[in-house]
Design a protein around this ligand. Structure first.
Ligand code: ATP
Length: 360
């Protein structure tokens, strides 16, 4: 069990899901989850994360339009969950309340009629791996949320599934425990080499957990890539806004600069210029942490704004500016402990390479 499992690649080809009431929960989707990869499905409520996970689990079946789901070479499209080797962990721990910790963990092996000696050996391994030895005989109602979730993980992993599917497993826990457990889960999955699909709507969790992240929007994958790719090169405004805070500047390209509707100008990088035409309206995005605030020395030409609020967040101060453009606000994260009183006029500076051209 402590050895690497026989992990598989999961392939979805042209998979679509329409529910009986006509809801199109998943538009035709191609998706490959590599063997041993942790893929995170991220997106707002109702975008189709759980549906995708349930299709992979075999708890839901895709529309019969010729699409297929494969685990390695095996076509599992029409196989129910008990015939796919999947382990599942949910947000609500779904433990059996009338069984103690050990009984919960071994349940999946018992129903398969596995030999008692083998079960005992594997149970001991699981209790150790999940630091649950002290609680082996405890009722699950006598456990904390974090302990219950460890039992749920042990119960899913003991059956040595090909694939582990996790649906918001940490969302019921407090922030500190969440951060610790997600690190533990990632380390565990990597040491087992198990292919995993992890659903969350929490972008920080997605970035910490996933080898790659698939951002879903209204039943389709808006972008798939590493945390860095999704954060630094978002394909569209939806992805940019969903992952972190994003500022948007709109204007016309004149003399290699973006001229905002306030007349203020932003110099453009040669890359941005290459992807735009003169006099064309262009949208550029910029992350709050890529902007620095400085004193105004040349008000006429500088890109300036007026501080409307400033919130101390410990590691940074989040400053909101108005009047940079005619409409909308600009958010700036400042890492120096400088006070920015409301009403103060400040200049914005940044490197043009940090501007992200908005496509679509
Ligand atoms: N059994 C069902 N019958 C009809 N529509 C459904 C059913 N299950 C889900 N849906 C719809 O399918 C869409 C996708 O739902 P899904 O549960 O996959 O979203 P989600 O991204 O997991 O959302 P959440 O983060 O809120 O769990 C939603 O519009 C939802 O209302």
């Amino acid at each position: 069990m402590t050895d690497k499992t026989n992990s598989v690649e999961i392939t979805l080809k042209n998979i679509t899901k329409t529910f009986s009431d006509g809801t199109l929960a998943l538009k035709p989707t191609d998706l490959t989850i590599k063997a041993e990869e942790i893929l995170v499905l991220l997106g707002p409520s109702g975008c189709g994360k759980t549906t995708t996970l349930r299709l992979i689990a075999g708890l839901e079946f895709a529309d019969s339009n010729g699409g297929s789901i494969n685990f390695g070479d095996k076509n599992v499209t029409e196989l129910p969950i008990e015939k796919r080797k999947v382990g599942m962990v949910f947000q609500s721990y779904a433990l059996f309340p009338n069984m103690n910790v050990s009984e919960n963990i071994v349940y999946g092996l018992k129903v398969r009629g596995i030999d008692t000696a083998v079960i005992d050996h594997k149970l001991a391994e699981m209790l150790k791996m999940f630091d649950l030895e002290k609680y082996a005989k405890r009722g699950v109602h006598q456990l904390s949320g974090g302990q219950r979730q460890r039992v749920a993980l042990a119960r899913a992993i003991i059956t040595e599934p090909d694939v582990l599917l996790l649906d918001e497993p940490l969302s019921a826990l407090d922030a500190l425990l969440k951060a610790r457990l997600r690190g533990d889960i990632r380390t565990l999955l990597k040491s087992l080499g198990i292919t995993a699909v992890y659903v969350t709507h929490d972008q920080e969790e997605a970035m910490a957990m996933g080898d790659r992240i698939a951002v879903l929007d209204h039943g389709e994958i808006a972008q798939i890539g590493s945390a860095k790719e999704i954060y630094l090169q978002p394909k569209n405004a939806f992805v940019a806004d969903f992952i972190g805070q994003m500022n948007r500047f709109e204007g016309n390209v004149i003399d290699a600069q973006l001229v905002l509707n306030t007349g203020k100008k932003i110099p453009l990088s040669s890359e941005a210029l290459a992807s735009s035409n003169a006099n064309e309206t262009l949208s550029m995005m910029l992350r709050p942490e890529d902007i620095r605030l400085t004193k105004v020395t040349d008000e006429q030409h500088a890109l300036t704004g007026i501080v409307s609020s400033s919130v101390f967040l410990g590691d940074r101060t989040r400053v909101t500016l108005e009047k940079v453009q005619k409409e909308g606000k600009v958010i700036v994260d400042c890492f120096q402990r400088i006070e920015y009183p409301s009403g103060q006029i400040v200049a914005l500076s940044f490197e043009s390479k940090h501007l992200i051209p908005l496509q679509g």
